[in-house]
Design a binder for this molecule. Structure first.
Ligand SMILES: [Ca+2]
Length: 265
């Protein structure tokens, strides 16, 4: 029984393998983090504002600042290549202040592909909306853009965002501050994702990003409980057969006389 329990635990275990992690501590403040594999796709109010800063941070003492411009977002991406079925992102984000213009979104983090649409295709992204709500924005099975509100937010406060995406089923779940806010929503074509994006949109609101992690999730151990049951059965059967053979051997050894019987007269 103990053997079965320990093997069953291994079946259900999941492991996070990190594709990349960035806390922005290794860059000079005032520079863009090119050295970490980041690319500045659009530069918002100007490239000099899309920089690592020590003014705001989640992990001391730096974060990435992006500031968009009305009509011209600031978007940075970090490309990655991984064929894993389940991928995820985790990051801390803060947006500061109210939008200067009447716009829908202020800033976002998500999975996208720059080349799949004129202005990039966003498969799943968590966005700070100008109405004061955090929302998840995604493309549904029919190819339409969807928006689902998750919770209100307060400008100036850091939020932990986590998205886990099953690319085989095209489903994803979202957590805010470790609370599940959206579960198994359906999106599409997620094997086309080739990058993480972070953005500050047309509201010209400064957005800060820190402790960004992209990872895969893999099942650990053997593939199924059924297989484990079968394996456990085989082990017990072999154990029983060995016990029987040992018992028979010992019994025969005990009952066999050491000397042959005397010959009859
Ligand atoms: Ca940091």
């Amino acid at each position: 029984m103990m053997l079965f329990l320990s093997l069953s635990t291994r079946v259900n275990a999941q492991t996070e393998n990190i594709i990349f992690f960035d806390d922005f501590e290794s860059y000079q403040a005032g520079t863009f983090p090119w050295a970490g594999g980041w690319d500045l796709v659009w530069y918002g109010v100007g490239p000099q504002y899309q920089v690592v800063t020590s003014d705001r941070y989640h992990s001391p003492s730096r974060s990435l600042q992006l500031i968009g411009k009305y009509g011209w977002s600031s978007v940075a991406e970090r490309r990655f290549t991984d064929a894993a079925r389940v991928i995820g992102l985790e990051a801390f984000i803060m947006v500061e202040g109210q939008p200067l213009f009447n716009v829908k979104g202020l800033g976002s983090i998500g999975f996208w592909n720059r080349e799949k649409a004129t202005w990039g295709k966003y498969y799943v992204d968590v966005a700070f909306m100008s109405d004061g709500y955090l929302a998840v924005h995604f493309i549904d099975e029919a190819g339409n853009e969807e928006l689902k509100e998750l919770q209100p937010y307060t400008p100036g406060r850091w939020y932990k965002v986590r998205v886990v995406l099953d690319r085989s089923a095209n489903t994803f779940s979202v957590w805010i501050d470790d609370e599940l806010k959206a579960s198994n929503l359906k999106t599409a074509n997620t094997y086309d994702i080739n990058a993480l994006e972070v953005s500050s949109a047309w509201g010209e609101v400064a957005c800060y990003f820190d402790d960004i992690k992209v990872f895969t999730i893999e099942e650990q151990g053997l593939p199924s409980t059924f297989f484990m049951l079968a394996l456990t059965g085989i082990i017990f059967t072999i154990f029983a057969i060995v016990l029987i053979l040992v018992f028979v051997y010992l019994h025969r050894k005990k009952s066999t006389p050491l000397q042959p019987p005397p010959l009859p007269p």
